[in-house]
Design a protein around this ligand. Structure first.
Ligand code: DON
Length: 304
């Protein structure tokens, strides 16, 4: 039996001593205030055991990690029709790159780069009655936690500086791959990305992807076939132009956000969340990636 707590403790000791902790994202001004010394890991096993080290009960901005939740909601609303508007290939480019979108006639490479996530946001805006309220309720239901919320300061901060997202949305609109007005879709998208969670809440929220579509409360939200697809996309596209590196070094489906969070999982076994706000050059948490690498090496638990 692996002593998970001992593994997490030793990873924590290595992480707090690291001299290079990466760079906190500042292109969303509100995120720049976050202290780079924060570090946390939280593990939830399929048997229901929970382990944690560091700041695993502190809230942080989940940012792009929300794209996985938006995708799963869109899948449950319109199923396979999503793939008429978004592809399922890794982009090999940064999350906010626009060149491919223009070359490929407004069909984003995958739902986790920003342009793809904006199309998914458009689908949610079209199909949810009260998009912001309904999406938040969905996330709260997955987490089994009604305290989860948007951070309006973060959403407005991104709204005032999100020029590339406005460019992406306008490009999508010009290719007729956006049905609602640009402002409406981006307003929803910025709120979606501004959701705050602790590592514990994030592990709970993602539990359904390790549990064949059933959330912690045992309610089925998406089919096991859809779970297979979400996990495949996390593995191939969850880390943008570092997806290959993450699969190579960690070997788990996962998703990062510029708030410094990473959530990863092994189907039927566990969900693990790390948070360290300093990012590497590809926009993924520097110490979070190292921590997960150490975790799968020490426990020998990965999909490969
Ligand atoms: O759209 C953006 O740029 C942010 N709201 C989310 C980007 C993000 O988290 C990329 N992940 N590593």
């Amino acid at each position: 039996m692996t002593d998970f707590q001992a593994v997490l403790n030793s990873i924590y000791q290595d992480a707090i001593q690291a001299t290079d902790k990466g760079v906190v994202a500042s292109y969303i001004p509100e995120l720049a205030h976050v202290n780079k010394e924060n570090f946390a890991i939280q593990l939830r096993t399929a048997k229901g055991e929970c382990y944690g080290v560091g700041d695993y009960n502190k809230l942080f901005s989940i940012q792009s990690i929300s794209k996985v939740l938006a995708l799963s909601k869109a899948m449950s609303l319109i199923g396979e029709d999503i793939w008429k508007r978004v592809d399922v290939e890794p982009s090999g480019h940064p999350f906010n790159q626009l060149a491919l979108l223009e070359i490929e006639n407004g069909i984003p490479r995958n739902p986790f780069i920003n342009s793809g996530a904006i199309v998914i946001a458009d689908i949610l805006v079209s199909h949810l009655k009260n998009p912001k309220e309904d999406f938040l309720n969905y996330v709260r239901e997955l987490a089994g936690d009604a305290s989860i919320n948007y951070n309006i300061d973060v959403a407005l901060s991104e709204q005032s500086t999100g020029f590339k997202n406005f460019a992406a949305a306008n490009l999508l609109k010009s290719f007729k791959n956006l049905n609602n007005p640009v402002d409406v879709v981006l307003d929803f998208y910025f709120y979606q990305c501004s959701i705050e969670m602790t590592c514990s809440q994030l592990s709970n929220t993602f539990y359904l992807f390790a549990n064949n579509g059933k959330c912690l409360q045992n309610k089925l939200h998406i089919t096991d076939r859809q779970v297979k697809r979400v996990n495949a996309l996390m593995l191939t596209c969850g880390f943008y132009d570092e997806a290959g590196e993450f699969a190579f070094e960690v070997g788990l489906p996962g998703k990062s956000g510029v708030g410094g969070g990473i959530v990863a999982l092994l189907p039927d076994q566990f969900v693990i969340t790390t948070w360290s706000p300093g990012l590497n050059k590809k926009g993924n948490s520097k110490l979070g990636m190292l921590a997960l690498q150490e975790f799968t090496t020490k426990t020998k638990q990965s999909i490969f």
